[in-house]
Design a binder for this molecule. Structure first.
Ligand code: NIG
Ligand code: FE
Length: 399
């Protein structure tokens, strides 16, 4: 296999300190920056990382890409929560929201998520793919190399399967990126269908077909006031687990339903949103491996208070940062912008921000053994930054 060498990087950020602490109680030095660093890899795995001056003799024969001390190297960014597949626009609803109508009022009128469901049901798989691939490439240009993508705007068997198939097509179309698919059939209650009937459809028809055709790795449920209850969430996620899927919860976003606690109890890989998490929820996550997926772009876009990140981090919770890219509550694919918001509004330190888009994001996707750090044996998955320090990435706002 061909070997590549990158040398004379201003810094190689390995994230080793973060890995050693499993993402908890981080101090800035845990980014483990090697000054004047080098990295050696083949097309699959990292073989060696260290100082350029210590490059082993056998790799000196390989023509190196010399970065002249001007560029830093870090793990490929991981956007661990997106709703990438949907059709239609909600620009008109956004304008109304800015003029004072609330997100919930628009949803109660049959708009919001249901506006997007209508457009997504009407779209062909080809149309959905065209939209999704453009979005994936925007994420790529922001340094994202692994992206989680949810279904959830179909809300019936056929349309949900159609959206998951789009993600399968993305995997083939962009092999430079890793796509992780999540079935979020329980994103809202479908119009004109009883919730109990839809839950039966999810459990008895859609989940078994997903399993049979290997169409998703995760199952997610929106457990919130007016959406799915604890009991509903537990039923759906236990059925998914039985089939071998991993789980996530959209938790404590609009109100507190103690759904972070439920995520910890079910050993979900992540509990995401958490704007309204309680102390009980924080204590449960601190004891669990469940990662808190924080989505500061959504708080910003909905003009809500940010999740209590500092409280969670100080309690020992593992925190990931993601875009939540979706047409209603965060129409942005700019993960570095979310890092900027995390620094400014959630008082996160540089290692916490770094871990949020590398190690902890990988852990929330069950990939912490291969992604999110630059150590021998990890995937050859890194980005060469157009600047000499990692902090430049979130100092710039929305570039
Ligand atoms: O993650 N919380 C639920 N779902 C999305 C918003 C969906 C929409 O408005 O289309 C979210 O914020
Ligand atoms: Fe979401």
């Amino acid at each position: 296999m061909a070997i590549s060498v990158f040398s004379h990087a201003s810094f190689v950020y390995t994230g080793e300190g973060i890995v050693n602490k499993e993402g908890r109680m981080l101090v800035p030095d845990d980014v483990s920056a090697i000054a004047d660093g080098a990295i050696v890899c083949d097309s699959d795995k990292i073989l060696w990382v260290g100082k350029t001056s210590e490059l082993p003799a056998k790799y000196k024969k390989v023509k190196a890409m010399k970065l002249k001390g001007k560029r830093a190297i870090m793990p490929g960014l991981i956007d661990s929560h997106t709703h990438l597949v949907f059709a239609g626009s909600r620009a008109h609803e956004f304008a109304r929201r800015c003029a004072g109508t609330t997100y919930q009022e628009i949803a109660n009128e049959g708009g919001g998520i249901l506006t997007t469901v209508k457009a997504t049901r009407e779209a062909s798989i080809e149309q959905l793919f065209e939209l999704a691939i453009k979005r994936a490439l925007i994420a790529y240009r922001h340094g994202v190399r692994t992206i989680e993508c949810k279904s959830g705007y179909g809300l019936d068997h056929e349309s949900e399967i159609k959206c998951l198939k789009v993600i399968e097509h993305l995997k083939k179309a962009i092999p430079q990126m890793t796509f992780v698919s999540t079935y979020l059939g329980a994103h809202a209650i479908p119009p004109n269908v009883k919730k109990a009937k839809y839950i039966d459809e999810m459990i008895h028809q859609t989940l078994p077909e997903i399993k049979k055709k290997n169409l998703a790795e995760f199952c997610d449920v929106f457990v919130d006031e007016g959406y799915y209850s604890h009991q509903d969430g537990e039923r759906i996620l236990r059925a998914a687990k039985k089939l071998g899927l991993k789980t996530k919860i959209h938790a404590d976003e609009m109100g507190n339903t103690e759904s972070a606690h439920l995520a910890a109890k079910l050993e979900a890989h992540s509990a995401d949103h958490l704007l309204k998490i309680s102390n009980k929820g924080i204590a449960a996550l601190a004891k669990a491996d469940t990662v808190a997926g924080l989505l500061p772009g959504t708080a910003f876009y909905l003009k809500e208070a940010y999740a209590p990140a500092r409280k969670m981090l100080d309690a020992g919770v593992r925190v990931a940062i993601a875009t939540d890219f979706n047409p209603g509550s965060c129409y942005s694919l700019n993960l570095p912008l979310m890092m900027n918001l995390s620094a400014l509004h959630m008082q996160m330190n540089s290692a916490e921000i770094f871990a949020g888009v590398t190690y902890s994001a990988a852990a929330s996707l069950g990939r912490e053994a291969t992604k999110g750090a630059l150590l021998p044996g990890f995937d050859s998955d890194f980005v060469v930054l157009p600047y000499d320090r990692f902090e430049e990435m979130y100092y710039r706002m929305g570039w």
